[in-house]
Design a protein around this ligand. Structure first.
Ligand SMILES: Nc1ncnc2c1ncn2[C@@H]1O[C@H](COP(=O)(O)OP(=O)(O)O)[C@@H](O)[C@H]1O
Ligand SMILES: [Mg+2]
Length: 476
């Protein structure tokens, strides 16, 4: 008695250990594959053209974030439930089906006739679920994109008394998401029931039919054993159906993730592109025409411009005149439709992108700071931990940023918050200029980079730049 009890306990223990091992192992497989997918997708996103991120049909950053975070997790759930159900249940299905064939091949054949039409119905339902699930993904992605836009602009919302308006916009989006999600959940609940009803109905019809057909041809116990095997098929088949559900529901997430990785770059580096060690800064625009989209008027039309090494050029024009666009073309973030751009008499299309962007440094009118310390932001060119503090301090001194950095709580080690939210506009600009100086490139482009400076700082920065830039400066 005691021995049997012990054996039973050991069996139960072994069962829970294997249960745990199975789950742990499967989750490890599922999560590791998602980790790899995430890294791959993000790397591909980094490689995409600038046009993917700006302009009319760009994907909102919140949507991209949602795909790489939440939807990638959904992929893990899908992979897990597929692995967890398909393997054990398939084994049971195979065993039961073999049993049936052994008992009566003829009846098995008849039972198998049900497979095609139930498969058709299940495939149709799966297709519906996929569509419904896709809509649910799109509505959450919209919600995420909305939040990603509004939360960073909370100052504008509050200053314009926009709380009520934003609350209503949010509620609309959230309500839409609620509807889509509910539809998905209901469909998911309905599908196994339909499959079960189909199966049981078929089973009853089949039993009645085969009783009539094979009245005396084989004994009752054989028939009973056959029906038993058929009944035991219900559960695993249902589980496989559920796994199929999971797959269909998970498909949109997988598709949307991989959509991010499927693209054809417009800006392509040639295989034999040259790596320029240094440039003197001779820049030519020859008959450059550019438009952002085919149906838009050209921003630049047949532009000719020659900037010699060491020359300092200021481009003045109305806002929207194409000054920033010119910079984007020089950095080869877009390619012109006609004409060419030469740097040191090399067409930029023949130069390695990395090398081109190494020698031309841009201080943009949009602030380009990241959360992290002051030193990390100035030394952004280098990997974290490899930043040269001496150069950082030097750059800060020249850009007139060292004064305010000294007043920060931790000096160069102060974390400046998301997009530098801890700093004033002028302070952010000075940091951005310091970063450009740290890079020591031959061509410096200031794209309205001194617009947020007070007149005293601007004067200081200008003087400092003049002192420092014996080389060549472009000011847009
Ligand atoms: N990503 C874009 N997609 C479509 N149009 C754009 C894009 N960026 C800028 N534009 C348009 O191109 C024109 C020139 O813009 P820009 O070069 O930024 O002017 P600015 O001289 O003020 O720097 C503007 O009319 C602007 O609307
Ligand atoms: Mg501009």
């Amino acid at each position: 008695m005691v021995r049997e009890g012990l054996a039973l306990a050991a069996l139960a223990g072994a069962r829970s250990v294997t249960g745990y091992l199975q789950q742990a192992f499967l989750w490890e497989a599922a999560l590791k594959s998602v980790y790899k997918i995430r890294v791959h997708v993000f790397d591909r996103v980094l490689q995409r053209d600038l046009g993917f991120f700006e302009g009319n049909d760009s994907v909102p950053s919140g949507d991209v974030a949602y795909r790489i975070t939440a939807e990638a997790s959904d992929v893990a759930d899908t992979v897990y439930s597929l692995l967890n159900t398909i393997v054990p249940n398939s084994l049971q299905v195979i065993a039961m089906a073999t049993q049936m064939v052994v008992v009566s091949p003829a009846l098995s054949f008849m039972a198998a006739l049900a497979i095609p039409w139930t498969s058709l119905i299940i495939a149709y339902l799966g297709q519906r679920l996929r569509q419904i699930s896709r809509n649910a993904h799109l509505s959450v992605a919209r919600l995420s994109a909305y939040l990603n836009e509004v939360v960073p602009s909370i100052l504008a919302v509050k200053a314009n008394n926009g709380e009520l308006k934003e609350s209503m916009r949010f509620q609309m989006l959230a309500l839409d998401d609620l509807e889509k999600l509910l539809r998905k959940r209901k469909m998911k609940a309905l599908m196994p029931q339909i499959v079960q009803a189909l199966y049981i109905g078929g089973l009853l019809l089949f039993s009645a039919g085969s009783l009539v057909v094979s009245k005396n041809s084989f004994d009752a116990s054989g028939f009973l054993s056959f029906i038993m095997a058929l009944t035991l098929l219900i559960e695993p088949i249902q589980d496989v159906g559920k796994a199929y559900n999971e797959l269909k529901q998970g498909e949109p997430a997988i598709e949307r993730l991989f959509d991010l990785t499927r693209f054809k770059s417009k800006v392509i580096e040639k295989p034999d592109a040259v790596d320029l060690d240094s440039i003197t800064g001779d820049i030519k625009f020859c008959g450059v025409t550019f438009r952002y989209a085919d149906n838009m008027p050209p921003v630049l039309n047949g532009l000719n411009l020659h900037i010699k090494p060491g020359e300092r050029v200021a481009l003045v024009g109305p806002s929207g005149g194409g000054k920033t666009t010119l910079t984007k073309l020089l950095l080869r973030l877009y390619d012109p439709h006609c004409g060419c751009i030469l740097v040191d008499n090399h067409d930029v299309q023949d130069v390695q992108l990395k090398s081109l962007r190494e020698h031309i440094v841009l201080v943009s009118q949009d602030i380009m700071l990241f959360s992290g310390t002051v030193a990390e932001n100035i030394g952004y060119r280098d990997l974290i931990g490899k930043v040269n503090m001496e150069q950082v301090e030097n750059a800060a001194r020249i850009s007139n940023a060292d004064e305010f950095i000294a007043t920060l709580s931790d000096g160069y080690e102060t974390n400046i918050g998301q997009r530098g939210s801890l700093l004033s506009g002028g302070q952010k600009q000075r940091l951005a200029i310091a970063r450009a100086l740290y890079r020591k490139s031959s061509v410096l482009i200031l794209d309205e980079a001194t617009s947020a400076l007070d007149s005293k700082s601007e004067l200081l920065v200008r003087q400092a730049l003049e002192r420092m830039m014996a080389d060549h400066t472009l000011t847009f």
